[in-house]
Design a protein around this ligand. Structure first.
Ligand SMILES: Cc1cc2nc3c(=O)[nH]c(=O)nc-3n(C[C@H](O)[C@H](O)[C@H](O)COP(=O)(O)OP(=O)(O)OC[C@H]3O[C@@H](n4cnc5c(N)ncnc54)[C@H](O)[C@@H]3O)c2cc1C
Length: 289
């Protein structure tokens, strides 16, 4: 196993061992190893794994006041996202972070690991989609940036090429309420049966809604977004009850859930309608016009 202490060293490791597996917090990877879905030549195969947790460039975040963006390193943990000042800058991501596993999982698990695993139930992904995240990738052939919608290609399928890693995730700071909602079989330590993130931007008077666990990958809801944008009262900060309900119905119509061991498609669709309705009502809490 390689344990680089700089991004340069990590990239040199990737250049020599492009097929190596990247290890961040290990909270997804080690489950796969334990379940026999991934195999390594541990402990003698010292080139199979590149650990990223000691690469400072990946474990930090930066704020660009001019662009009004935050760029979060791939190895930033969920525990850090939960803390100030990121909690206030990225409230929906912090809300999602609080639902990831347990404190132990959040101390080890990273945003980059969540994104690279690309499970439709990953809690960070709907927030990244709603905030229009830009994903910076770095590897053997240099750097490139992809919108998160192009990075996520399907169930556990991403645009990552061999010899490439996620360097960071850039998120726009919006001027308005944003929140995350997740339904599962219990209140904690649970994988999402369905999830939703709503982000509002008062400056551009726009809404963004993204759904998790109801399609092969995260989906945005452009029809619901356009309906909500036109129908809420931006000046008063209110939404009529029937508008919020219709917003939820449109979101549910956009979802493409399936029956599986966690739930039924019908329940997931219902959950989407309820979550989207409530998120819109939380965003526009004024008196119902
Ligand atoms: C008990 C338990 C509960 C959990 N609960 C939740 C939950 O509620 N919600 C949720 O979303 N997830 C949950 N998870 C899954 C996991 O904790 C998260 O997905 C976490 O964010 C993964 O991050 P990690 O750093 O541990 O990734 P790792 O396990 O280190 O890596 C995961 C994958 O990403 C790749 N990878 C890591 N870093 C990079 C990088 N920089 N570039 C490219 N590829 C990279 C690895 O090679 C691997 O394929 C849970 C896991 C456990 C064990």
């Amino acid at each position: 196993m390689l344990v680089p202490s700089s991004l340069e060293e990590a990239l040199a490791g990737l250049a020599t061992h492009p097929a190596a597996t990247l290890l961040a917090g290990g909270t997804d990877l080690l489950v796969e190893v334990n379940e026999g879905h991934r195999r390594f030549a541990w402990p003698d195969g010292d080139t199979d794994v590149i650990a990223l947790t000691r690469v400072p460039e990946l474990s930090t975040w930066t704020f660009d006041p001019e662009a009004r963006t935050v760029t979060v390193g791939a190895a930033v943990t969920w525990a850090e996202i939960e803390r100030e000042p990121l909690r206030s800058m990225l409230p929906a991501l912090a809300e999602a972070a609080r639902t990831v596993g347990s404190p132990q999982i959040r101390n080890a698990g990273t945003v980059g690991g969540n994104l690279a695993t690309c499970s439709p139930a990953g809690d960070g992904l709907p927030v990244f989609a709603a905030l229009g995240a830009q994903i910076q990738l770095v590897g053997l052939s240099g750097r490139r940036t992809l919108p998160v919608g192009e990075f996520m290609m399907g169930v556990k399928r991403t645009a990552l090429e061999p010899g490439e890693m996620i360097e960071s995730i850039t998120l726009e700071l919006l001027d308005g309420w944003q929140g995350y909602s997740k339904v599962g079989v219990r209140n904690a330590m649970v994988i999402a049966t369905a999830s939703a993130c709503l982000a509002t931007d008062v400056a551009s008077r726009s809404l963004r809604l993204a759904l998790g666990s109801v399609a092969p990958t995260i989906i945005r809801c452009p029809v619901a977004e356009a309906y909500g944008t036109e129908s809420v009262d931006w000046s008063a900060g209110t939404v009529a009850a029937q508008v919020a309900r219709r917003f939820g119905e449109i979101a549910a119509e956009t979802s493409r859930p399936i029956d599986d061991h966690r739930s039924t498609a019908a329940y997931r669709r219902h959950a989407v309608a309820v979550m989207a309705t409530r998120l819109l009502q939380r965003a526009f809490p004024g008196a119902d016009g």
